[in-house]
Structures are given as structure tokens and as C-alpha cells.
Design a protein around this ligand. Structure first.
Ligand code: MRU
Length: 343
């Protein structure tokens, strides 16, 4: 994003890996559509996009009075918050932006508040870069050399400011010469694993093998996988973790094969207001994602479809959570409270 009157440029992730196309967002509606349609996706990236989206929304009221500016702030924040329900980073980033504005209300002219909000969005963006690097460092310590690891969906640079969460662990291990071998679930129905994770791993020269989601158990039984690491969209106070649909199945399979299952996520993904995963809202998406998933009809007309975009993995199945402050192990309300204190 440029200056206070600039615009937001995003990679359109729906076009990858075939085309690398950027979209220009000059209005908040374009950012909302980009989040809704998964052009920008992944919990931290959604939060960053929403923070910049709020700045775009407020460009129309910079020349008006403070009351108009703050009215627009609330309307635009509610609007962006309605784009997707599960990733808590979206609400975290919007709350942080609103808090910044409230701090300055009555103390500075509107154009100064607006400039400060753009700075806040940039800070959210920049901090996430640092956070991803730290997650990578802590996570890589958990991996031996030449380890087989399995991941689901995309928790890479595309899903964050840069470098990723789960993928940051693999990138760091690779940089340390540990040569991890990553098994990549294709991640039905929208194939974030096949389209995005396989692409990112290839870009950084990490050994990767693509598998269909239904092959994970077999790959584990063959002894090819020594750890499973995924990202997260929302982690409750007790460690129950929402992530892309299919993550829970992997955690169950990992337990059955005595393979450690790790979550890699920033502190901005914790929702301590929720005591357990039961309260996490699960996004339901359109039927056509399943009936027309590969650019053609793959199911009979009128078939009943259920399409939850996320599931919740119980804390008891998670060996540890890798954060920017360190590794939470064991995973429970007590250890989470200790690691997140003051965040
Ligand atoms: O529907 P998506 O593609 O936004 O789902 C993304 C995930 O589930 C990721 O694993 C999660 O957001 C972590 S991204 C670092």
C-alpha cells in the first residue's frame, strides 16, 4: 500500500499456480470481495488485508469532521468483519485499528488520525514478518535432519505477511541444512495445498510430495512422516484449534500412528475469550465448491452438499503449539495463559 491516499495491491491467490496476477484494491468493497473469494486468504493475511482495507474505506472521510470519520470507521469495520467468520486475526486486526483511532480521538486532526491508522496497518504487517521468522526458528528446533513432515492447506508466505507459520518451520529447517521432506495434502475442496503450498515449497527448493487428502493414513503407516505441522485460524483458551477442514482427521491419524501433531500460529490467532473450541464459528461455504470443484461438474444436479470450511482439533490431540514466543507444551489452559500473558 502507498501513502494515505494510495491503494492496496494483493496477489490473487485463486489464480495460482498457473498465473501470478496482482489485483489493485482502491475501495473497501474490493478488499471485502478479495477476502470472501479467497483471493487473499490465511488467517494472518486476512487480518493484514482488513487493516489496510479500513484505511481505504476511510479515505472518503479524511476531509470531513471527526464524527463523520469515526462513524465511517465503525461501519467499515463491521463490514469487513462480515467477510469471513472463523479466522480471529481478522477481528484482532480490526480491533487494534479501532483502538488506535480511539486513542487519538479528540487529540489530533482527522488527517493525522488517518495517517496514524495507516502506520498501524503497516505495523501489523511488519510485525507479522518478524513473528513468522520467530515461529520458523522455534519450530525448526523440533525437527531432526531428513525428517518427513506432513502439512495441510497453506500456512506459508501467501497466508501471512511473509514466510508463513507451518511453512516457516520447513523453510527454516531447509536453511539450516536439515532437508525436510514435506508431504503436501492437496486440501479439498479448494486445493490450497496443491495450488499454493506445493508452489511455495518449490519456490524455496524444499523437497515436496503432493498427496490426495485421503492418502495421509497410508503415508503415515508406511513410516514416511515423523511429524504433522499445520497452521491455525483460531485457538481457544484451552488449546482447541480451528483450521482448514481435514486438519482434525490428520490429528486423529497422527495419534493412531504415534506421530506428533503440531500447530504453528502467532499469538494473534488465540481467542482467549473462548474457553473451548465449541464456541468457534465455522464458516459454511457454497455448494458449488464441491459440485464443480475442478472447473467442471463432478456431482449430480441437486445433490445435497455440506461444506464446512474448517474443523476443530481438540487440544488433547495437539503435541505442542509453536508461537513467536516459544513452544507451548503440553497444550492446556494453564500453559496457554502463561505463554500469552500480556500479549
Ligand atoms: O480458507 P483458508 O484458505 O483461508 O484457510 C486457511 C487455513 O486454514 C490456514 O491453515 C490458516 O489460516 C493458517 S495460515 C498461516
Amino acid at each position: 500500500m502507498g501513502d494515505a491516499r494510495g491503494y492496496l495491491r494483493l496477489i490473487d491467490q485463486t489464480r495460482l499456480p498457473v498465473e501470478f496476477v496482482e489485483i489493485e484494491c482502491r475501495q473497501v468493497e474490493t478488499v471485502w470481495e478479495a477476502i470472501k473469494m479467497l483471493r487473499v486468504r490465511g488467517a494472518p493475511a486476512i487480518g493484514i488485508a482488513a487493516a489496510y482495507g479500513l484505511c481505504l474505506a476511510l479515505q472518503t472521510t479524511v476531509d470531513e469532521d471527526e464524527a463523520a470519520y469515526f462513524a465511517r470507521l465503525n461501519v467499515a469495520s463491521d463490514y469487513l468483519a462480515a467477510s469471513r467468520p472463523t479466522a480471529v486475526n481478522l477481528f484482532w486486526a480490526l480491533d487494534r485499528m479501532k483502538h488506535k483511532a480511539q486513542q487519538l480521538r479528540g487529540t489530533a486532526p482527522v488527517d493525522k488520525i488517518h495517517a496514524a491508522l495507516l502506520e498501524e496497518a503497516r505495523a501489523i504487517h511488519e510485525e507479522d514478518r518478524q513473528v513468522c521468522r520467530a515461529i520458523g526458528r522455534y519450530g525448526a528446533e523440533l525437527l531432526e535432519s531428513n525428517t518427513g513432515v506432513l502439512t495441510h492447506c497453506n500456512a506459508g508466505g501467501l497466508a501471512t505477511a511473509d514466510y508463513g507459520t507451518a511453512l516457516a518451520v520447513f523453510f527454516t529447517a531447509q536453511a539450516q541444512g536439515k532437508a525436510p521432506h514435506v508431504f503436501v495434502d492437496e486440501t479439498r475442496p479448494l486445493l490450497q495445498g496443491a495450488r499454493l503450498t506445493a508452489w511455495e515449497l518449490a519456490q524455496r527448493g524444499v523437497r515436496a510430495t503432493l498427496i490426495c487428502d485421503s492418502m495421509a493414513a497410508q503415508v503415515m503407516r508406511e513410516g514416511r512422516v515423523q511429524a504433522v505441522i499445520t497452521g491455525a485460524d483460531r485457538i481457544a483458551a484451552n488449546g482447541d484449534t480451528a483450521n482448514k477442514i481435514g486438519t482434525y482427521s490428520l490429528a486423529v491419524l497422527a495419534r493412531a500412528h504415534e506421530i506428533p501433531f503440531y500447530i504453528a500460529a502467532p499469538l494473534s490467532t488465540f481467542d482467549l475469550a473462548l474457553s473451548s473450541g465449541e464456541g468457534i464459528p465455522i464458516e459454511q461455504r457454497g455448494r458449488e465448491e464441491i459440485t464443480h470443484g475442478f472447473g467442471r461438474q463432478t456431482a449430480p444436479d441437486g445433490v445435497d452438499v455440506y461444506n464446512p470450511a474448517f474443523d476443530v482439533t481438540p487440544a488433547g490431540l495437539i503435541r505442542a503449539i509453536i508461537t513467536e514466543r516459544g513452544v507451548i507444551e503440553p497444550v492446556n489452559a494453564h500453559t496457554i495463559a502463561a505463554m500469552t500473558a500480556g500479549a
